[in-house]
Design a protein around this ligand. Sequence first.
Ligand code: GLA
Length: 374
Amino acid sequence: MFSAPGRVNLIGEHTDYNDGYVLPMAIDRETVVAVVARADRRVRVFSLNLNEATEFDLDNPGAPQRGIWLDYVEGVAHILEERGLQLRGADLMLSSDVPAGAGLSSSAALEVATGLALASISDVEIDRISLALACQRAEHDYVGVKCGIMDQFIAALGREGHALLIDCRSLEATPVPFDTSRLAIAICDTRVKHELSSSEYNTRRAECECGVLILKESLPGIRALRDVSIADFERYRDRLPETIRRRCRHVVTENDRTLTASEALRSRNVEEIGRLMNRSHASLRDDYEVSCVELDRMVEIAGNLDGVVGARMTGGGFGGCTVNLVRREALEEFKRVVSSEYAKSTGIDPAIYVSEAGDGAKEVNMKDERGSVN
Ligand code: GLA
């Protein structure tokens, strides 16, 4: 059995596909894949969550982007094969407690756990970064979302008790300790998912690329928005059309906030992290326009409570979750008030998960009831 976790991103949103910085952590919810090898090249898959069985043939790839959950599993298998890994057929059983469609990267958890299971059972070596990259490629080609590397990277390489500051250009990750004894990570699920999320996601990405093309005329050395400083942006911002300008402003300032927040986390400057998270949310709402009424309301409720250090939307947006840093002594009150106020405003009962920062993908030792690393 192999597992890979969901994730929550503390800060650094929509920066990964701009070669920028992100600061996610793996959460203590995961997808588990049980696997046995087969003698042929078929892969049979059973999802316990959906109570659904399906299968595919490694030698006859199905069409990509069918809009079904098998796209993730089959996509990863085919990308691994395309990258030269000879896989064996297998029977897979999937089970997950990462809420699907809630912006906690249930898809990356599924991809990474599947990739690790198939590679391990086929006795092929793949390092964790290559595994994450293969899963990202599967998402681009087989699912059709041009995602960045954050979700697959943290699912593959998360570290217990730490957030990872990931440089999405060099793919270097610096673990930053996160002490949850005084400060809890509370994840509030709005329980809404607006349909436009994947098409709007690809549009945002294209808008950023357009911004780079225009800024390049003044800043020939840049390759991505990661290379644009706040000062350079201020100098040349008037050359950008209004919408593109706001998109670029979000990315340029968010990269800066993420680097500052990782320093603040390291030096345990909690107030500073909170301020940066709050600003990140405003920028995602006003400049990047990937929030929604429900996320804004959830953040607003949290922001009015004592003991909440910072609150913002997390992940791609248009629904899904907020991430909140809450002082331990205020946690029960936080859960109570957020649930009732959010339900009062929206008519929806939210879900609230309190998580530790967990490890990335691993083999699950079946002899150990607690399911720790082999
Ligand atoms: C989704 C994508 C990530 C990242 C976030 C936004 O989760 O999969 O690559 O772009 O949105 O930060």
